[in-house]
Write a protein that binds this ligand. Sequence first.
Ligand code: ZN
Length: 389
Amino acid sequence: MATARRVALVRSAQSICAADRLPSNPGRASRVHALVDAFGLSKGIAVIEPELMTDAALAAFHSEEYIACLFGQGADMSDCSDSDGGSPESTNDARSRHEMFGLVDDCAPFEGLEEYVRFAAGGTVVAARALADDKAQVAIHWEGGRHHCQRSEAAGFCYVNDVVLGILELQTRFERVLYVDLDLHHGDGVQDAFAYSRRVMTVSVHLHERGFYPNSGGSYDEGRGRGAGHSINVPLRRGVRDDTFVRVCVAVGDCAVQAFAPTAVVVQCGCDGLAGDPHRAFGLTADAYCAVVEHVLGWGRPVLLLGGGGYNRADCARCWARLTAVACGRSISDAADVPEHRFLADYAPGFDMATAPAAIGDENTDELIGTTIRAIQRIIHSSPRAEPR
Ligand SMILES: [Zn+2]
């Protein structure tokens, strides 16, 4: 029996409240942490408060122009139609500036945006630092994992790329970082940020079909220049089930560990692939995410666990509470009752930990999956190794 891992969970009452205001995931953070606490999981692990990230620290990845637009004019935009300072010209200017930086539509400014962004980024960096300083072997930040945001452009509900900032922090101590993205969507922002690097290998497992956001992440997408062979993409079709998902993640992940020899691992645990997610795209249960994370922990490297997508609040809370348990060396079965706590009513009608079962067909044939795995293993094995610094 292995000794208990040292686990850190990054959160504070204020950061949870700030994350609850993210329009794509209202109230999700408080449900996740209430369920974690209801199972007593925060006892016996280090709970670390996130910092509000400064502009200077955000500029390690994001452009100063983007940060200025993100924080400078967000409040004006939400009520620009009736603000008296706004001539039609200046309103149009503000609108075009926001468009230029992607701060429109699914990334429109919202009340509380600045605090949310500073905590989302600051929390992931604090978690990465806990690993770099060897204060923990596993660090968790469920409010992180905003993988779509680019250096100067918000995208796909992501206003800041905390993942990139967290990896940059890990690189102060760890030579090679493996990033594994389990979200339903391609981890394009993180891949693009490190496309030319051979010190970061990104592996994204996602739904890939014509017209599905963000329309990137085919297996031909392998990285650029010196980073060739270090952007690994695992395109899946609709309806993938637990067994296949775990098989693919284990085969590709083990291959990446063997060839790349990472010294730290980051897992984006976006759970919009759960069968009960409003996307209805994959047919996964929380068992799949638990099995993959358990396997990743078995690699024996420091691991940073981040959140991401997940739009069925109750199923997302079930999944991430179970993953928190896995990190702590505990197991919560899907048959377990949801303990009495303030959000118990959200878990009707079963009031247990089982996430919704798959209700759509699986378009991933064994033959297709086998071919995909073999093609990806060839790419990984042909990737040049980074020389020691
Ligand atoms: Zn997603």
